[in-house]
Design a protein around this ligand. Structure first.
Ligand SMILES: Nc1c(NC[C@H](O)[C@H](O)[C@H](O)CO)[nH]c(=O)[nH]c1=O
Ligand SMILES: CC(=O)[C@@H](O)COP(=O)(O)O
Length: 168
């Protein structure tokens, strides 16, 4: 189902693991700040609503979405106690093919971080045709992808915790 048919902010609280002891990182791109700040707020509010302590949320900023790769990698290396990281960006189609390369690059880079590190990195990068689509997905008519990403981070942190338990 496309975003058109769902609200990114809606989730069933009864299905969310207890997040009170989880520690999260969030790396935020400064490009399209209006959008990325809205995505950050959606994620932050969702974590607080699910009992994550403010002191257990670490935020770093990077210049653009392409730098999310390096920023998340360094956060993984610097804060080994984190349970998950959210990468926040907004890439909007311009006149050239640059959009394609940035989107592909950050997608592959974040995928690689999930393969190479034990700390999951959640993909909260909007790749839109125009600013209207971005606004609709960062607190507008389609909800907030930041909220969706924060909930995904909680669920992946719990999966990681369960996996460690079973591994012994
Ligand atoms: N056009 C957008 C960019 N471009 C900048 C790149 O992300 C990167 O910072 C630059 O190529 C230097 O390495 N970034 C976005 O996040 N959103 C855009 O729409
Ligand atoms: C994704 C981008 O880098 C893009 O917004 C830049 O715009 P343009 O393709 O017109 O240079």
């Amino acid at each position: 189902m496309a975003t058109e048919g769902k609200n990114l902010s809606q989730y069933d609280k009864n299905t969310i693991p207890n997040a009170k002891d989880f520690r999260f990182g969030i790396v935020v791109s400064e490009w399209n700040e209006e959008i990325t700040e809205g995505l950050f707020q959606g994620a932050f509010d969702a974590w607080i609503e699910n009992n994550v302590k403010k002191e257990n949320i670490v935020r770093w900023n990077v210049p653009g979405s392409f730098e999310l790769i390096y920023g998340c990698k360094k956060m993984q290396e610097s804060f080994e106690m984190l349970d998950a990281i959210v990468a926040v960006g907004n890439v909007i189609q311009g006149e050239t093919k640059h959009f394609d390369f940035v989107c592909e690059g950050v997608t592959q880079g974040i995928k690689d971080l999930n393969v190479q590190s034990d700390i999951p990195v959640i993909f909260c990068v909007l790749t839109d045709n125009n600013i209207e689509q971005s606004r609709a997905r960062s607190g507008g008519e389609h909800g907030n992808k930041g909220t969706e990403a924060a909930i995904a981070a909680i669920k992946m942190a719990q999966l990681r915790k369960d996996a460690k338990f079973y591994k012994g």
